[in-house]
Design a protein around this ligand. Sequence first.
Ligand code: G16
Length: 546
Amino acid sequence: MAKVLDNASKLGLEKYPRQESRDILYGTAGFRTRAENLPHILYRVGLLAVLRSKSKRGAAIGLMITASHNPEPDNGVKLIDPFGEMLQQSWEKFATRLANASDTELYSVLLAIAEAESIDWEARALICVGQDTRPSSPDLAQAAITGITVMGGEVKDYGVVTTPMLHYFVASINTDGIYAEATEDGYFKKMTTAFKKLRGDKPSNGNYVPSILFDGANGVGALKMKVCLSYLGDSLQVQLYNDGNGKLNHLCGADYVKVQQCAPHGVPRITNARCVSVDGDADRIVYYYTDECDKLHLLDGDRIATLVADYLMELVQKSNLGLQLGLVQTAYANGSSTNYISKTLKAPVACVPTGVKHLHQKALEYDIGIYFEANGHGTVIFSDFATKRICCAAEEPSLPKKQLCAIRTLAAIIEAINQTVGDAISDLLILETVLHARGWSIQDWEAAYTDLPNRQLKVTLKDRRVIETTDAERKSVAPPGLQDQINLFVRNVPNGRAFVRPSGTEDIVRVYAEADTQANADQLALQVASAVYQLAGGVGSPPALE
Ligand code: G16
């Protein structure tokens, strides 16, 4: 053991010396920063992944190299736990410690982690490695693989994959049952077969037309959607745009459309056509259309959650299986969506801090948990209890026809959804299923409720950690006086709500505001952003509406 750790720290020193003096945190979705600062981090995460796998008695662990929605020069890495979930939070601390250790401390930090977790050195270690399409990803993958190998871990290199595909493969290797073979073919075959079953032999229905425009953010989502098309056959027509020739996430993709509230560049404006945008690693999806006046209508993660919840609640009721369904949102959820869930759908809804790791955890409390962040990141999870009940009942031909049909639809949804994490491609198939079943156009979908106008702004600070929050990030507790100012601004605006929180993926602070009108939401966001800039040490130009 001592020899392995010694080798690992020596090689790290020679080949991947620590480059950055600033400390880095394992944040909302792992480590993210400029790619040139990452080689030593990737090497060290490779070492840690081996310890994690050994601590789980050799279960496969995922190591995904991506910075998802961030600009192309950034990159990042996150670890995936055995059931395809995000790394256990107690290990995030180990990751941060290891990443920030000086070169000379590396050996002792590795040893301390191994001791704290009583690592069994005889256990094998299998690490599944995946990467997105960023130019920096191959070298970073090599750094991680070196780290894994030097610690005696086995590598399964999946090459370029979407983040949710890697989550799926890890879960599939470690579990028997609902997941398909851990290959691209297994993944697409399983979910598209279920999709086609759900769709039946009539691709059109009422106002629903089986055709969409797809903005791939010039990332891996476009590449993999191309592959998916060959499995979909005639069941869905998908026109691909931003399919890899332009700059990743630049003026396109789910984050751009959601935050800027603009249609992406590179996709033709076809009035009222149903369009989707995914992000750089295809774990988020938003829908949109542009109307006759060229105005953008955005159907974001909140709309996705409410559409899916409404449909699943009807199926659950018809199934008569007595299953409990609940939703999970974050502070970014539009106030109208939360009202619609509690007053119209009458479903339980919880609010947790940003980050799918928090939403996923909370959603596990329900038989059927639906979680989506407003940015389009989310999925549906069925508890073991719900899965067993649904799958057993689906084999009961003596049940009344309507009940059996609802149960079999739920069973097919279990097959089509990637329950490990938000997955733009799997979510798309579920959403197209619901719209098809309802016979709805995107405009019919939008009619459920009216969003409160809202605005998001970014503020750059000397150190974003001076902002501290509580109450699922809805209130700030530091710096002193900031929340009092926010309260004051909010009081002056009908239906006003605003909050501020440090990003866990970018070196910025995010401000969110909503109000009765767009002008009021813009003004509120600007007032809050200016207060943050003044009270918390803003750098660069003062905040402005973009
Ligand atoms: C990641 C997380 C999401 C989070 C987003 C933004 O998304 O997985 O849960 O909402 O970052 O986080 P923050 O506001 O802390 O920067 P992605 O798609 O970039 O992996």
